[in-house]
Design a protein around this ligand. Sequence first.
Ligand SMILES: CC(C)(COP(=O)(O)OP(=O)(O)OC[C@H]1O[C@@H](n2cnc3c(N)ncnc32)[C@H](O)[C@@H]1OP(=O)(O)O)[C@@H](O)C(=O)NCCC(=O)NCCS
Length: 133
Amino acid sequence: MTGASMTVDLVAPDEALWASRLESSSECAGPQEDQPDSASRVSQCLDVDLASCDGFGQRVRGVVGQLRHSMNAFLADVGGHIGHGVRRSEGRKGIASTALGEVLAYVGDPVGLSRVLVTCDERNPVSRKTIEV
Ligand SMILES: CC(C)(COP(=O)(O)OP(=O)(O)OC[C@H]1O[C@@H](n2cnc3c(N)ncnc32)[C@H](O)[C@@H]1OP(=O)(O)O)[C@@H](O)C(=O)NCCC(=O)NCCS
């Protein structure tokens, strides 16, 4: 499947997605040294434990979203406005590239951002590719 034929539905964060989130995490067999991501560092910095139902609920209730409407010093340096991750079993189907494009459609209206910062670790060439597409 190519990015051109991919459709992605953006859904509001919901605690009901916690089980799916755990399943997705279980597909990562140990640290992804090839793709170090900033999401875990963002969660650590904000003291949010996404592995717990409470932590996940705290996050989806608005502590931090995948499209962050405002920056603090840490997000301006590391996390950026948009966080993204795709479970391994669904990788390489164009989901990240398509979803990033969908999110970008929201940043001006209604969110009101004229520019967004999207970051990745310099040792994460795959993420870099999705950002630069
Ligand atoms: C990085 C990540 C989001 C990519 O998601 P994805 O849905 O597989 O990406 P896409 O299918 O949209 O692919 C985008 C590009 O990357 C390439 N790509 C994707 N996975 C790849 C891999 N494992 N190896 C090499 N290239 C890869 C695709 O071929 C595509 O390139 P192309 O446009 O030249 O064909 C996903 O691998 C992931 O969640 N990684 C772990 C967490 C992470 O790194 N998050 C980003 C934090 S900043």
